[in-house]
Design a protein around this ligand. Structure first.
Ligand SMILES: Nc1nc2c(c(=O)[nH]1)N[C@H]1C(S)=C(S)[C@@H](COP(=O)(O)OP(=O)(O)OC[C@H]3O[C@@H](n4cnc5c(N)ncnc54)[C@H](O)[C@@H]3O)O[C@H]1N2
Ligand code: MOO
Length: 410
């Protein structure tokens, strides 16, 4: 009974994600409130950018042909500034003073930057020739009206919001943020800043998991700390139902000790168990199930186990519940080992490691000696997790490996 179930990390993730319904509830939000949200519909541009040809530099709008043979003097006939174009047309040997972002006047086909011109009494003397189109941003260089630039499911960060604004969308259709109830469990836990008894510790996992949920676009709801009793866990489950959580994340109590009651308590409440325990370190005693409309994710109590399992399973679950079709894609990348590692057992390891440049062109990942799943300090010092497949043979420095960068690591 103690033999590890063969469920792999990839299978566990697939099973968690398959039950997510594809259609998500939609809300309309102003652009200023769209950070971290997920687009519910493909977004097409309402305009062409730039709407007409504009200058990329401060200087003079010219006809390139006029400057083919120097010396030549051009007559300055006006000015074009951003927001105030020149309405006339450039004739032979004429020029218009122009500034960055200003419309290029009709008849002009190039910009002579002002560093390459001598100006005197209404005349401009070019100091060099220019090619046709020099420093001209043609109409629609960035995008054209009707172009679909952001797809449904896109997680909105600063760049996407800037693009949506430039496309002239003042509000966006986004999916409702998945509600994630977070219930810490354990008689030993006390919230930070409280009086702490001799056998107690500060509950840190709720904060880490709430931050993960938030960064994935979900709405974390703190359900507090439940004692190690069926009654307290029952109260916690009721609280999750009351806030209409899409996901209930429990923290701790997932293992096999006499006080690890989460699985039986959830079963008593009617949870249909998906799986329990996966071939992974840290994070082995992961619980997955369904309780009415709620997905249950029981993360292990060890802080690093909770965070690593949160990154690998809760993060994609929140993305999937946000309507992101790419939620299941693992964000791993190639690297090389910076140090030797020993042969692995049957669990897929996620080793906290630093990253440094290497001669191979790939970053070199050096796992910390200390990998105990209680060590938050090591996690905060790490830049990535080195993935070690089950039964991977010993590796030496320079061997290829795959890593997952830790969010916000420095
Ligand atoms: N005989 C066995 N013992 C254990 C096994 C096993 O297979 N056989 N599995 C080990 C593994 S692997 C893990 S991981 C842990 C996880 O156990 P639980 O999920 O039951 O977690 P707890 O026992 O409740 O707590 C573990 C550890 O983490 C601290 N903790 C719990 N919650 C928080 C929190 N919110 N913030 C900060 N720290 C927290 C708790 O005080 C414990 O020190 O089980 C192994 N045991
Ligand atoms: O798998 Mo546990 O998560 O070793 O710490």
């Amino acid at each position: 009974m103690n033999a590890l179930p063969p469920l792999s990390v990839a299978d566990a993730r697939a099973r968690i994600l398959t039950e997510v319904a594809p259609d998500r509830p939609i809300e309309i939000v102003p652009l200023a409130r769209a950070l971290g949200r997920t687009l519910a519909k493909d977004l097409a541009s309402r305009r062409t950018q730039p709407p007409k040809a504009v200058s990329a530099m401060d200087g003079y709008a010219v006809r390139a042909a006029d400057l083919a043979e120097l010396p030549v003097k051009l007559r300055r006939i006006g000015e074009s500034a951003a927001g105030h174009g020149f309405s006339g047309r450039l004739g032979a040997r004429e020029t218009v003073r122009i500034f960055t972002g200003a419309p290029v006047p009709d008849g002009a086909d190039a910009i002579l930057i002002q560093e390459d011109a001598r100006a005197e009494a209404g005349l401009i003397e070019p100091l060099r020739s220019v090619g046709e189109g020099a420093y001209v941003r043609p109409k629609g260089l960035d995008f054209v009206e009707g172009e679909v630039l952001l797809l449904r499911g896109r997680h909105l960060g600063p760049n996407e919001i800037a693009l949506a604004a430039a496309m002239n969308h003042a509000e966006l259709a986004v999916t409702r943020r998945p509600r994630v109830g977070i219930l810490a469990t354990g008689d030993e836990l006390v919230a930070p800043g409280q009086n702490i008894g001799a056998d107690q510790i500060v509950a840190s996992n709720s904060f880490a998991v709430a931050a993960l949920v938030e960064s994935a676009g979900g709405e974390p709801i703190d359900l507090g700390i439940a004692a190690d009793s069926f009654e307290a866990l029952e109260t916690g489950v009721r609280a999750a139902r009351d806030v209409r959580a899409d996901v209930l994340v429990t923290l701790g109590g997932a293992s096999v000790g006499d006080h690890d009651l989460v699985k039986p308590a959830l079963a008593k409440e009617g949870m249909e168990l998906g799986f329990w325990r996966i071939a992974m370190r840290p994070g082995k005693p992961l619980i997955h199930g369904r309780l009415g409309p709620m997905t249950i994710l029981g993360l292990p109590g060890n802080p690093v186990s909770a965070i690593v399992a949160g990154l690998l399973f809760l993060w994609p679950l929140v993305r999937a519940l946000s309507g992101d079709p790419k939620a299941g894609e693992e964000a791993s990348e190639p690297a090389v080992l910076g140090d030797a590692v020993s042969a692995n057992d049957g669990r897929q390891d996620y080793l906290r490691a630093t990253l440094a440049p290497s001669a191979t062109g790939l970053p070199a990942a050096r796992p910390f000696e200390a990998q105990d799943s209680s060590l938050l300090k090591v996690l905060a010092q790490a830049q990535c997790l080195v993935i070690r497949a089950p039964y991977a043979p010993a590796g030496k420095a320079g061997d290829p490996c795959r890593i997952i960068r830790l969010p916000g690591a420095r």
